[in-house]
Design a protein around this ligand. Structure first.
Ligand SMILES: Cc1cc2nc3c(=O)[nH]c(=O)nc-3n(C[C@H](O)[C@H](O)[C@H](O)COP(=O)(O)OP(=O)(O)OC[C@H]3O[C@@H](n4cnc5c(N)ncnc54)[C@H](O)[C@@H]3O)c2cc1C
Length: 276
């Protein structure tokens, strides 16, 4: 199928893109890497009458290394992370995750901002940013605001973004050098979206653990009780029960098979972090 007719606006700056979004009154969409939007247009799944192309806004491709955090412009591609062309403050987790997304051709064009804005619950960056306690910098007609990644996603394909706002950058706090990460992703085949994924961060020196499970048909789930149980020394079945109960308490109505899968994936995430 071919897309329905639309007007095209090449944005010259973030403010110009926001002005065009505002003028579009809910019928304008940002075009970043186009890896999801273009197929949606071709299938006529994205109702819009204006496409705002931000790909020439150079500031959105920049990454800045600050003392406590790294700031990535919304147009930093998955490939740029994978190839370590941008700074990393995550002890290698972000480059690793980027390399798991889709295929190289998609990674060459797909962007971190586009992935987060789409808010596919199975997307890799979503779970990763929640795990790393990242935040999003959002530009709108009233100025800039920041929102924690954990609060940004409201549900499947639903975010906190207003129709005249866009993601300008993502800020990831620099993780401690003693922190270790574990990552486990179940996908039907390499390069596909996750059926389940877990990221665990463990810093034994600080008695710190964080566990996040993604691809749960909604926002990623932060399992605080399970992380604490892990720190308290629970292992094997004792830990598995805590994870399972916390997943159940999230109220997502998982089938028995999906509950088992998410539980196992979370266990493997923790195990991976603990083993490093
Ligand atoms: C075959 C295939 C396999 C894939 N597999 C995976 C996978 O395993 N894991 C994974 O995580 N992803 C996967 N993806 C998705 C891929 O990561 C996309 O790159 C990503 O979802 C969208 O990024 P984009 O830059 O191409 O955004 P676009 O397609 O340009 O835009 C996507 C949506 O976000 C909006 N948007 C884009 N940028 C912004 C912004 N800065 N501010 C506000 N709104 C914005 C657009 O308006 C649109 O609604 C896959 C895609 C394909 C085609």
């Amino acid at each position: 199928m071919k897309p329905a007719p639309f007007s095209y606006h090449r944005a010259t700056s973030v403010d110009d893109a926001v002005a065009a979004l505002t003028q579009g009154a809910g019928m304008a969409r940002i075009l970043a890497g186009g890896q999801s939007l273009v197929p949606m247009l071709n299938l006529r799944l994205a109702p819009l009458d204006t496409v705002i192309d931000i790909s020439r806004v150079d500031s959105l491709r920049q990454a800045h290394d600050d003392a406590d955090s790294v700031r990535y412009g919304a147009l930093v591609t998955h490939a740029a992370f994978e190839d370590r062309r941008v700074p990393d403050g995550s002890n290698g987790l972000m480059p690793f995750v980027a390399g798991q997304i889709a295929y190289r051709a998609v990674r060459n064009r797909g962007t971190i901002g586009g992935s987060l804005a789409l808010a596919d619950p199975a997307a890799d960056w979503l779970t990763t940013l929640v795990a790393l306690e990242g935040k999003l910098l959002i530009a709108g007609p009233e100025g800039r605001r920041a929102v924690a990644a954990a609060d940004f996603v409201i549900g499947s394909y639903l975010t906190d973004l207003a129709e005249n706002e866009m993601i300008e950058a993502v800020v990831v706090p620099r993780r401690s050098a003693t922190e270790r990460w574990g990552h486990y992703k179940v996908a039907r085949k390499t390069g596909e979206y996750a059926e389940s994924m877990a990221i665990a961060l463990v810093d034994k020196a600080r008695n710190y653990a964080r566990l996040v499970v993604g691809a749960t048909d909604g926002a990623p789930l932060v399992l605080e009780q399970a992380a604490q149980a892990f720190l308290d020394g629970r292992t094997d079945d004792a830990l598995r029960v805590v994870i399972r109960d916390e997943l159940l308490a999230a109220g997502r109505e998982f089938s028995a098979a999906r509950l088992t899968m998410h539980t196992t994936v979370a266990m493997r995430g923790l195990k991976g972090a603990a083993a490093k």
